[in-house]
Design a protein around this ligand. Structure first.
Ligand code: HEM
Ligand code: HEM
Length: 244
């Protein structure tokens, strides 16, 4: 091909050399995939009427959520709520850029302004599900009471029961939207956010790699220690509530 017939090439972001950068710390990734497994187990055990497994996976969700809230204040800089909760102006600006924006416009060294709020919605919904479960009973043939049922009025327990059976539909909707968004980035934007949540690293154009090198990573040992303490706290609460 002569120079004249060669397609005109500009130095677009897509042809720019890429660099592999660290994005998610180990505790965030562990939290994410453990949460997926625990919620799937809660759902499956309910279908299979295995209430003991349902309760254990539910307690695990509670411990994971507790951990994530603490990590949102003391964890790596891009895991902190203050890093990814943007005001409405930024969220709208991001959504406007989403259809045609370049990689540089849409790539953040953490959650993007719209995704950040989705993260909060997911964590809140999942927390409501796990907490309401503690006050939920099944009294037709399993005769199972959540560990905190005995401590509240029957009116309060039946409200929680209602919430537990209703909120799960909001979780289905939010998770569906969340997974569709991840697939949209992968298929349409050619951005593999899922791989980054698994491996912790991401390939980005060299010109924006700098913003990733500014992430301050917290100690993964600290993360694991906080997670263990959260697990013990939930476990202890259940044992004490059940009377030892
Ligand atoms: C995030 C964690 C949890 C999820 C995703 C979850 C999910 C569900 C779902 C989908 C149902 C069935 C709702 C329906 O049939 O309409 C259910 C029922 C129930 N859950 Fe959970 N749950 C969780 C945590 C818990 C916890 C921690 C407990 C208590 C230890 C608990 C106790 C119960 C009970 C007693 C029922 C009633 C069973 C029945 O009606 O057949 N759940 N849960
Ligand atoms: C029960 C199902 C799920 C729940 C409750 C859930 C929840 C969450 C939460 C809370 C985060 C924020 C992570 C953090 O900062 O700690 C997150 C991020 C993420 N999740 Fe999920 N997730 C679920 C399933 C999935 C699945 C199946 C995929 C893959 C297809 C996925 C892909 C992602 C990705 C790519 C991110 C990072 C988004 C970004 O780069 O900003 N999630 N998810």
């Amino acid at each position: 091909m002569s120079d004249q017939t060669k397609p005109h090439q500009t130095q677009t972001e897509n042809s720019e050399p890429e660099k592999t950068v660290r994005l998610w710390d180990f505790p965030v990734r562990l939290f994410h995939w453990a949460l997926v497994v625990a919620i799937a187990t809660s759902w499956w055990s309910n279908q299979e009427v295995m209430i003991d497994i349902h309760a254990i996976s539910g307690y695990s969700v509670l411990a994971l959520v507790l951990f994530r809230i603490i990590w949102g204040f003391v964890g790596s800089s891009n895991a902190r709520f203050s890093d990814f909760l943007a005001g409405p102006g930024k969220v709208i600006g991001y959504m406007r850029k989403l259809p045609n924006g370049s990689v540089r416009d849409l790539t953040y060294p953490g959650h993007n302004p719209a995704g950040g709020w989705m993260v909060v919605v997911l964590i809140v919904l999942v927390a409501i599900q796990a907490i309401s479960g503690l006050f939920t009973s099944e009294d037709t043939f399993l005769f199972f009471d959540g560990p905190l049922v005995a401590y509240v009025s029957s009116d309060f327990a039946s409200t929680m029961n209602f919430i537990h059976h209703t909120n799960i539909n909001l979780i289905y909707a939010a998770v569906a939207l969340h997974v569709l968004a991840a697939i949209f980035y992968l298929m349409v934007k050619r951005e593999n956010l899922i791989g980054a949540m698994i491996t912790g690293v991401r390939k980005v154009p060299e010109s924006i790699a700098n913003s990733f090198t500014q992430i301050r990573f917290a100690s993964p040992i600290l993360g694991i220690a906080i997670l263990v303490v959260c697990g013990l706290a939930v476990w202890g609460m259940v044992i004490i509530a059940r009377g030892g």
